[in-house]
Design a protein around this ligand. Structure first.
Ligand SMILES: *Cc1c(COP(=O)(O)O)cnc(C)c1O
Length: 395
């Protein structure tokens, strides 16, 4: 199939990323000749087990974890569910979960369905955010309670890129004997993470958000943290996650983490400069455009801009004619006409929330691409506004 990947300007890296060519090279032998089962006693399988252990070490090195603290899962969503449900089974009498209004559906939807999953009534506190998408730490402190089993707060938001002070929040939870989980799917590979220097108990990451394939993830479980498996089965992952390992994808994720470590500086210099150029260009050349999210406490690759009085879906269709890929709101919420729950929590007015576009870059983007997008966007927005009954030129 020719999907036209050589023609697109891909600025939707918070939805998924291209598999790095180096990562494809690393995983290929495990899709062909090296098909042994890592749990087998024979040399043919055993050597695969050693390759899996090498990947575990590469991942640990990126986030400051021991290999033994890395549990492979099928995706970020499974990692999130595993951490939260494990804590609720560890402390069955503690019926409170503390989270935020802006979590990814992987956490949001789980928290909405806890009763069905555990057979207990749970109290869930979902912290409000400020207009710039940040959290009020006083409110957080007040929400920590005697019966809190676990706190789950994302490290960085997928829609706005806003970064939360999860290390400080984890320390406050630890003081009260409360477990702390962070969905770091958007943070890993984009900002430095060192789990040796904080008190986070559980951390989720996902392969396809950092140039590895879809369908592989990791749950970091700090040494000594009580843990109850989500999938019971064989003795894989030290009994913490049953199921034969997705070997090729695990090898790929290991290599992708190694590359992410090497690219971290570029991500925070060249990619950030491209993002800044794009953002500044859009905000200055297009009237009634507004940045969503804190101007600096943000991932280096993400910008979320609202163009008032136009529909995000319509903007995307026009961008699509130039093969420019971006998102309006979260990919998971598009398809419904509701504006994103993240922008609603921030109090972004409807006229602006409906016209929000998220651009998320990667090391594969170039300055020429940013220039091309900046050249096309003003006319796209102006043409759509010319058709809008709500837009007045003199505004
Ligand atoms: C993509 C994403 C997930 C889900 O990861 P999958 O591997 O697709 O299940 C969870 N949280 C955040 C913040 C994400 O961006």
């Amino acid at each position: 199939m020719d999907c036209g990947s050589d023609k697109v300007i891909y600025m939707d890296n918070n939805a998924t990323t291209r598999i790095a060519p180096e990562v494809v090279d690393a995983m290929m032998p495990f899709l062909t000749d090296c098909y042994g089962n890592p749990s087998s006693m024979h040399t043919f399988g055993g050597q695969i087990g050693r390759a899996v252990e090498e990947a575990r070490k590469q991942i640990g090195d990126l986030i400051g974890a021991d290999p033994a603290e890395i549990v492979f899962t099928s995706c970020g969503t499974e990692s999130d569910s595993t951490a939260i449900l494990s804590a609720l089974q560890t402390f069955p009498e503690q019926r409170h979960v503390l989270t935020t209004r802006v979590e990814h559906p992987a956490v949001k939807s789980l928290c909405e369905n806890l009763g069905q999953l555990t057979g207990h009534k749970h109290r869930v506190t979902r912290l409000m955010v400020e207009a710039d998408g940040t959290l009020d730490m006083d409110r957080y402190r007040e929400a920590l309670s005697e019966d809190t089993a676990i706190v789950s707060v994302m490290w960085a938001n997928n829609e706005t890129g806003v970064i939360f002070p999860v290390e400080e929040m984890a320390a406050m939870a630890r003081e009260r004997g409360i477990l702390f989980h962070t969905d770091a799917v958007q943070a890993v590979g984009k900002i430095p993470i060192n789990l040796k220097e904080n008190q986070i108990d559980f951390l989720s990451l996902s392969g396809h958000k950092l140039h590895a394939p879809k369908g592989v993830g990791v749950l970091y479980v700090r040494k000594g943290t009580p843990f109850v498996p989500f999938l019971n089965g064989g003795h894989q992952e030290g009994g913490r996650r049953g199921g034969t390992e997705n070997v090729a994808s695990i090898i790929a994720l290991g290599r992708a983490c190694e590359l992410a470590g090497e690219n971290l500086a570029e991500e925070n210099s060249r990619v950030k400069a491209l993002r800044d150029k794009l953002e500044k260009g859009l905000l200055t050349s297009i009237p009634k455009s507004i940045l969503n999210g804190h101007p600096t406490d943000r991932l280096p690759n993400t910008t979320n801009v609202s163009f008032e009085y136009v529909e995000g879906e319509a903007i995307l269709l026009h961008m699509n004619q130039y093969n420019i890929c971006a998102s309006s709101g979260s990919a998971c919420t598009s398809g419904s006409l509701e504006p994103s729950h993240v922008l609603r929590a921030m109090g972004v007015p409807f006229t602006a929330a409906h016209g929000s576009i998220r651009f998320s870059l990667s090391v594969y983007n170039t300055e020429e691409e940013v220039d091309f997008v900046l050249e096309k966007m003003p006319a796209i927005i102006a043409n759509l506004r010319a058709m809008s009954p709500f837009w007045k030129d003199d505004e």
